[in-house]
Design a protein around this ligand. Sequence first.
Ligand SMILES: O=C(NCc1cccc(CNc2ccc3[nH]ncc3c2)c1)c1cc(-c2ccc(F)cc2)cc(O)c1O
Ligand SMILES: [Mg+2]
Length: 214
Amino acid sequence: TGSTRPQRLLRAVQKNATQGDPQSVINAIDHFCRHKEWAMNVGDEKGSILDSVVSEVNPSTALELGTYCGYSTVRIARLLPPGSQLITLEFNPAYAAVAKQVIGWAGLQDKVQLVEGPSGDLIPQMKDLFGVQSFDFVFLDHWKDRYLPDAKLLEECSLLRKGSVLLADNVICPGTPEYLEYIRNSPRYESRYFKSHLEYTKVEDGLEKSVFLG
Ligand SMILES: O=C(NCc1cccc(CNc2ccc3[nH]ncc3c2)c1)c1cc(-c2ccc(F)cc2)cc(O)c1O
Ligand SMILES: [Mg+2]
């Protein structure tokens, strides 16, 4: 039985990145995905947009839907102020196992709660499980047909407050048409599209930033 792509990505991190240095972990993953094997990380180009939005929001509590190998988890957690928390949900146990080690290699395990399970089941438990009142920032990067139901679920569970920011990956490729339709036409959100490219390619993609108005 051979290794999986996430396992090969982890090996590249352990070989090329310095423990406790998040930027070197980010660089090692980007190099691996650009020169060895493409993988569905948000990547360096969209990652810079993610960085700027996270820095602007400066969240105390952040939620990530879809951890994968932990690349965007590391990008977000490295920018969080002391005492803040990032909760990241991953449904696939093999991805979660790799992500846990990538996050640990970056030395960010104290800022991150990696929870295994589907967002639809876990979002309603956020208050009970983690004492979360509301999320200042949410990064959506899981199954594209879950973006809309999960945005609605966050509203219904009162996990968004006036000013909460949702940032959605892949709104062009693979695309999230229902989510875009809803969020751009809802009077409860102010949305803006950041044009970019699908990670490590020239294909168009982008991020949609939406501020919840309460
Ligand atoms: O599909 C994508 N990502 C989502 C995803 C995909 C598979 C498995 C999981 C398992 N993780 C998971 C699932 C459900 C969950 N519920 N709650 C948590 C949770 C976690 C997640 C994706 C695809 C492409 C892409 C592929 C091919 C291509 F040609 C162009 C573009 C690019 C991306 O940047 C992408 O993000
Ligand atoms: Mg993505």
